[in-house]
Design a protein around this ligand. Structure first.
Ligand code: PGA
Length: 255
């Protein structure tokens, strides 16, 4: 039995104002019905609706957070959101380095590292995304890519900051494609990620939650969450309807 599972809904740019509020309310109901703190539900709505979703979730154990954040606290950065902005409206975490940021918006590792450092400095929880492209996997570069993405985070992290970090392993080729990594691939990647933290922090490094993300669905989740190195999931598509998210929540409770 797992002690704690994080189910983080990444709503990307998929939902408008009313659907965001309604779905957040439904997720809140799910949590209060099960009344089981083992499964934590985190929601990353569009930044525009953060404060309204936070209001819906207030008084519950659910967390709301950002999908990205800038490294500066304020300034002339059109289109960006600061960690302070996220905290101001009740945000408790922030996703950084999502593959859509890295590959569609061309955020390079330097920018991703700076964003992640700002999140840690702010006191927000960090969901730090890593993952290889199909080409990298096929040329046996998965571990090399994961090591490069993790190194700047692990290097700069202190043991005080360690509890703020959550890693999401999201193979780029599995996100929104319906293709899911095999259970062996997931285990190998998660073990490799944990080994990077263990190398610096010893046993404490083993406590870093590593979520899997990439086409998580009710049909494949039971196998994934049963893996010892998986502490939860970062869920896109299947977090957009109550029915599918409720099933993921039930599977997590049973695992
Ligand atoms: P998906 O997205 O579940 O739709 O594949 C996951 C993510 O991008 O975080």
């Amino acid at each position: 039995m797992k002690q704690k599972i994080i189910l983080c809904a990444n709503w990307k740019m998929a939902l408008g104002r009313e659907p965001s509020k309604v779905l957040a309310g439904a997720f809140k109901g799910l949590q209060s019905k099960s009344n089981n703190p083992k499964v934590e539900v985190w929601i990353a709505p569009s930044a525009v609706f953060l404060s309204e979703v936070a209001a819906v979730l207030s008084g519950s154990a659910l967390k709301v957070g950002g999908q990205n954040a800038h490294w500066e606290l304020a300034g002339a950065f059109t289109g960006e959101t600061s960690t302070g902005n996220i905290k101001d409206v009740g945000g408790e975490f922030c996703i950084i380095g999502h593959s859509e940021r890295r590959h569609i918006f061309m955020e390079d590792q330097e920018a991703v590292t700076k964003r992640a450092a700002a999140v840690l400095k702010s006191g927000l929880q960090l969901i730090y995304c890593v993952g290889e492209t199909l080409e990298e996997r096929e040329s046996s570069k998965t571990n090399q890519v994961l090591a490069l993405q993790l190194a700047p985070i692990v290097e700069n992290l202190t043991s005080n900051g360690l509890p703020q970090v959550i890693v999401a392993y999201e193979p780029v080729w599995a996100i929104g494609t319906g293709k899911v990594a095999s259970l062996d691939d997931i285990t190998q990647a998660h073990d490799f990620i944990l080994a990077q933290f263990r190398a610096k922090f010893g046993n404490a490094g083993r406590q870093v939650p590593v979520l899997y993300g990439g086409s998580v669905k009710p049909e494949n989740f039971a196998g994934i969450i049963a893996l010892p190195a998986v502490s939860g999931a970062l869920v896109g598509g299947a977090s957009l309807t109550f029915e599918s998210f409720q099933m993921l929540h039930m599977i997590a409770l049973d695992s």
